[in-house]
Design a protein around this ligand. Structure first.
Ligand SMILES: Cc1cc2nc3c(=O)[nH]c(=O)nc-3n(C[C@H](O)[C@H](O)[C@H](O)COP(=O)(O)OP(=O)(O)OC[C@H]3O[C@@H](n4cnc5c(N)ncnc54)[C@H](O)[C@@H]3O)c2cc1C
Length: 319
């Protein structure tokens, strides 16, 4: 709602139209036309200078831009997600991964603790990997399920610092998702049309970076439009800056991203150890995480040292 309200404030009350679906586009001389279908069956052609398609995983614009793209890729992982009140672990903002590459729980707080109870909202993801040779047969890409449908995979995961079954059972609602992505495409641009967010680079959510990358895309594209105006040159500059690197990140996330470290521990000691330093010393752990952060653009020092992508108050000329 924050983004929606801000868009209306900045762009005017007619800027957001619901019940409209973009079905395709045509690059014209000096402009672009979007083919739009409305919920009540009307077809419209809407002309503009650029078309920025942020239409997600099933992007109609990407399908037209890359008609030969392979279908959605599912590697066999199934995720269940929910939130449960709980006491935050370690620093109070720690991101915790328990288990192995193919069978794990990830949790982190998404609110400060309530001063009265000490409980924060803990976001959790429970995950297993199964045989994917028949493809995803459940139909929905996002459906509500009961904890009883999957809790058996995590029974016995009780530790003195975390009771996983109790955490899973404490959620008011739970959703199931297959972990999916798409093979990268060689370009996000066709003339005056570009892709942004999941339409450009849907990726496994192992690095918590799908939505944050969509925000980075918007900032980089905004900076390119400031530099080049609302022109195809701006889209090319955006594409040159991001497409190759983020496509590599999509493939890197198939390799488990930061959770690769759980795989290393598992390989070296089957997950059983008295002293983690003897299994994977702190310097190796830090180097592993630093490599992922640098690839994903999460390296804190580099991020904090960077100037703003768009200077505060900047406006596009002639817009
Ligand atoms: C289980 C899971 C966990 C995740 N965890 C994280 C995380 O921790 N951190 C993170 O940063 N990201 C995470 N992500 C990824 C994040 O949810 C996505 O990257 C993000 O929602 C992408 O935003 P988007 O706007 O590009 O696409 P979407 O959110 O998919 O939005 C696309 C919009 O386009 C609309 N649309 C679709 N087709 C059309 C059309 N033809 N015409 C017009 N409109 C259309 C849709 O209705 C929708 O409103 C996770 C994803 C999953 C599945």
């Amino acid at each position: 709602m924050l983004l929606y309200r801000t868009a209306l404030e900045r762009l005017g009350p007619d800027a957001v139209r619901v019940g409209h679906r973009v079905a395709g586009y045509r690059n014209d001389e000096g402009g672009v036309t979007a083919f739009v279908e409305t919920r009540d069956g009307q077809r419209k052609e809407i002309a503009g200078r650029l078309l920025i398609a942020a239409d997600g995983l099933h992007s109609a614009v990407r399908a037209q831009m890359h008609p030969g793209q392979p279908p959605i890729q599912w590697g066999g992982a199934i995720l269940w997600r929910g939130t449960t009140p709980g006491v935050p672990i370690r620093s109070g903002a720690s991101f915790v991964g328990v288990g192995s590459l193919r069978h794990r729980v990830v949790l982190y707080p998404i609110s400060p603790p309530d001063p009265a109870t000490g409980l924060a909202t803990i976001n959790w993801i429970a995950e297993i990997t199964v045989d994917n040779s028949d493809g995803w047969t459940q139909g929905d890409w996002n459906r509500r399920v009961s904890v009883d449908d999957f809790i058996q995979h995590f029974e016995g995961w009780n530790y003195d610092w975390l009771d996983v079954p109790a955490m899973l059972r404490g959620a008011k609602e739970v959703f199931e998702y297959p972990m999916i992505d798409r093979d990268p495409v060689p370009t996000w641009v066709d003339g005056r049309v570009t892709l942004l967010g999941d339409a450009a680079h849907v990726m496994y959510p192992v690095g918590s970076n799908g939505a944050s990358q969509a925000i980075v895309d918007a900032r980089v594209l905004g900076a390119a439009v400031l530099a080049h105006g609302a022109t195809p040159a701006a889209l090319d500059a955006y594409n040159d800056q991001l497409c190759a690197d983020i496509s590599a990140l999509v493939l890197r996330n198939r390799g488990a991203g930061p959770f690769g470290i759980l795989g290393l521990v598992d390989e070296r000691c089957g997950g059983v150890f008295d002293d983690i330093e003897k299994v994977i010393p702190a310097a190796e752990r830090e180097a592993f995480m630093a490599r992922y952060k640098a690839a994903a653009g999460f390296a804190i020092d580099a991020l904090n040292a960077s100037p703003p992508t768009i200077a505060p108050g900047a406006r596009v000329r002639g817009a």
